[in-house]
Write a protein that binds this ligand. Sequence first.
Ligand code: PMP
Length: 419
Amino acid sequence: LDNQKMKTFEEMESAVRSYSRGWPTIFEKAKGYKLWDIDGKEYIDFFAGAGALSYGHNDDVMQEKLIEYIKNDGVIHSLDMGTTPRKEFLESFKEIILTPRKLDYKIMFPGPTGTNTVESALKIARKVTGRDTVISFTNAFHGMTIGSLSVTGNSFKRQGAGVPLHHSVAMPFDDYVEDYDSIAYLERFLEDSGSGVALPAAIILETVQGEGGINAARMEWLKRVEEVCRKWDILLIVDDVQAGCGRTGTFFSFEPAGINPDIVCLSKSIGGIGLPMAITLIKPEYDQWGPGEHNGTFRGNNMAFIAATEALNRWKTDEFGKEIMKKADILRDAIESLIEAYPALNGEARGRGLMQGIAVHKDDLANEICAAAFKRGLIVETSGPKDEVVKFLPPLTIEEAGLKDGLAILEESIKEVLA
Ligand code: PMP
């Protein structure tokens, strides 16, 4: 980076508490799976707005619909008022997503972010059960507010609260310790709950832990968690903020497990084009809030509804899911080849769908790979408790050629770092 550009970047960033120092440039334009900075340098995007840009940057159809709506003086912000975009979104979600999957949920607007949907889920679970504790899992990530942080299994992030966080018990996630039956442990804990910790209101989980290091739970494990919930009358909350909306190849990440969570949290890509939006799906019997018991100003963003409805249209047939899985196989094969070709990585392939990663088990190596990739024009992030995983979250719409180009840059970056 030339000095002038670096100086501009440093000046800009000195005004904020930021973590953008990993991407020391100023971006100007973005389309599909690519971004360009102010010097016209091109970047391939394997980060996709932390999963909020599954349909890529500036999707043509979404963009056109938004421009038309603004030009026609459409209502932009309307809180809980009825509007055409809100009606169309609700109808489409029911028709395209819920009905074909035989799922019966009420759709709630909890606020614009992933954290908002998690907070609402925790609140509902406590309200309907009258219980306090929530069970979460090691390395889980559910958000940054006091409630969502209390179920986040990352000690560094938890210390941001400054005081101990209550109401949560962390259990080992699937496979956290090899050859260890975490469900038996969970059941034993619940059987002994009389000895100290009261029966929980809910169990909250991600089917693939994103921030926690791309840890994918097995389908049998998810089924067993659901059985435990039914046996003990505990609500099952699936936080599908990152793994949902098609990221793993099916609209809901839990579909292949055949489970039926009581509450589902969606955000990130539900807004289609990157506009803030979240929804909480709740089984009708748990819709127990009276008017005004859970509200908030930014819940009726019609721009987000318009892009979101267009995004749902992509799910009218099985085609989109099939395309995702085809690209997921390309990504998995490439990851496995890299691990084999570069034993010094001591790498491990993780994840499913287009939510995958390479765990590298060596201090700072993942960060070094990401920094080298950035210089070569690939945007890729790390995850995991020690930043030990190079995490791939490309737009679901990425072309195969783009995926391969990005993977070629990744290989060059690995070579450079290991040299
Ligand atoms: N849950 C999960 C699984 C997430 O990955 C995230 C964000 N990374 C959140 C909740 C919080 O979402 P937001 O950052 O929009 O508040």
